[in-house]
Design a protein around this ligand. Structure first.
Ligand SMILES: [Fe+2]
Length: 253
């Protein structure tokens, strides 16, 4: 009689088919710890409607000094095992989530986009996924942004809603960054409140402003999958689903 009270809401898919921010390369950062875990996380992405993945392990000094040489064999192995296990996801490519620290600046000085000697590996095309420290702003960010743009990159700032030092100030930092042509990638779980109320509020504010250019799961582990599934079944998600689909460019990269 009261079955309807316990019935799960329908699982709506993610509002995109290309994931471009996740930590599923095994054993190289604070994401997946093994090939088995990576395959399980990939299966969840498939369940959530993802068809293509660009993997983005951390590039953060000194903790995660990942290079293309380190990631390439792991990426190839994961791609092969996913195919063998009949996971219907195209492991499209890998890049990095570049923390804007000294080692990134050093890397940046090796060459511009397109130079054979350039060691930066962008997302598909010229897009670069960059992130700030969570504890303090990047010094002279505008100069760094100008330099990267003039070097030929398009910039995608990962989870801008999570930098609490940018919140407040009437959104000035966000307006400035968008004016400088920096695009924003908001985390899906921010809308669910996973990172706290301030971050949640910022995610919705960015959406209202039209500043959500890309979305990502920033998936690290199984707990993220479980929470995301819960959110994808929620009434709140159903309410913002169309707006999210209309706002983002994940599938047009
Ligand atoms: Fe990340």
């Amino acid at each position: 009689m009261f079955d309807f009270l316990f019935k799960k809401r329908e699982l709506l898919p993610l509002p995109y088919k290309r994931e471009l921010h996740c930590h599923l390369i095994p054993g190289v950062d604070d994401g997946s710890r093994s090939m088995e875990e990576s395959l399980e996380l990939l299966s969840y992405l498939q369940k959530f409607g993802v068809e293509k993945v660009i993997f983005t392990p951390h590039h953060t000094s000194p903790r995660f000094m990942n290079t293309p040489e380190i990631i390439q064999p792991l990426f190839s192995e994961l791609k092969q095992q996913a195919a063998e296990q009949n996971i219907q996801i195209q492991c499209e490519d890998f890049s990095f989530e570049y923390r804007m620290d000294d080692s990134f600046i050093e890397l940046m000085q090796t060459g511009k986009y397109g130079d054979p000697k350039c060691q930066i590996r962008p997302l598909h095309g010229k897009y670069l996924l960059i992130e700030n420290s969570f504890s303090h702003p990047v010094p002279a960010l505008d100069k760094l942004v100008e330099r990267l743009l003039s070097d030929g990159y398009y910039l995608v700032l990962a989870h801008p809603e999570r930098y609490l030092y940018y919140c407040g100030h009437h959104g000035r930092f966000y307006h400035n960054l968008q004016e400088m042509q920096v695009e924003f990638q908001v985390n899906m779980l921010s809308f669910a409140g996973y990172y706290g109320d301030v971050t949640k509020k910022m995610a919705y504010w960015l959406l209202e402003q039209g500043y959500v250019n890309f979305l990502g799961t920033d998936m690290h582990h199984l707990h993220h999958c479980e929470l995301l599934e819960k959110f994808l079944r929620s009434k709140k998600y159903a309410e913002i689903y169309d707006t999210l689909c209309d706002s983002i460019c994940n599938d047009q990269l």
